[in-house]
Write a protein that binds this ligand. Structure first.
Ligand code: CA
Length: 230
């Protein structure tokens, strides 16, 4: 099962390190950025599942960043949990107004932080918790991270799994390479469209007998179809 990737935006390395260690020990994949610019680079490279955003940062404040990310279509629905050292009400209200899902006041306990993170992730992505898609005899389960063909498990890499999940959830429709990059990779600015072909090739290899279900539509892109002869 994929570990939720959490981007920690915090300039104080000792706090960031402590949060990262606790997240890692509790089944999350932490990434650390010390300011808004490096956080943006991380988001562009690989979409996190959630952002832990410190209020007081050098350069742009957490509040400004939260507003910015809420306006960007790619990060519009990204869960944001604000960290604030100040305890006063107006700040919390401002944070929530800026689009944060919740806030934690420093100092906080690990248990409190984990509880808030889990609650925010649950609220934001209830459907991601368990979703099973079946097209013909091909089945994909996001909860158990398993792909089966005629009931037999197939070995599928993480990117291929995401790609297959998207294609199955939008079966029979043709998707261009740019659309797939946008939907599966989250950002196509830094990735070449050829990357899609590489992963489609790997996906077909993983699918074995079900490979023909992933069709190449010349000049248009790819689609997953139940109509293929397998
Ligand atoms: Ca700070």
């Amino acid at each position: 099962m994929k570990k939720p990737r959490i981007l920690i935006v915090e300039d104080e390395s000792s706090i960031a390190e402590l949060i990262a260690v606790n997240l890692r020990h509790n089944g999350f994949e932490p990434i650390w950025a010390e300011d808004g610019a490096s956080a943006q680079r991380e988001i562009d490279a690989l979409m996190p599942d959630m952002i832990l955003l410190d209020w007081m940062l050098p350069g742009e404040s957490g509040l400004q960043l939260a507003r910015q990310w809420r306006k960007d279509p790619r990060t519009k629905t990204m869960p944001i949990l604000m960290l604030t050292a100040r305890g006063d009400e107006p700040d919390k209200v401002a944070g929530l107004d800026a689009g944060a899902d919740d806030y934690i006041t420093k100092p906080f306990s690990t248990q409190e932080m984990l509880a808030r993170i889990r609650a925010v992730l649950r609220r934001r992505a209830p459907e991601a918790a368990s979703e099973r898609v079946e097209i013909g005899e091909l089945a994909l389960d996001t909860a158990t991270h398993r792909v089966t063909w005629q009931g037999t498990p197939l070995k599928v890499g993480p990117t291929e799994f995401k790609l297959l999940g998207f294609l199955m959830q939008h079966a029979e429709r043709v998707h261009s390479r740019a659309q797939l990059l946008d939907k599966v990779w989250g950002d196509h600015v830094y990735i070449e469209e050829r990357t899609v072909d590489v992963h489609v090739k790997r996906l077909r290899e993983s699918l074995g007998p079900a490979a023909p279900m992933v069709e190449t539509v010349r000049g248009a892109g790819y689609r997953l179809t139940a109509q293929a002869t397998v």
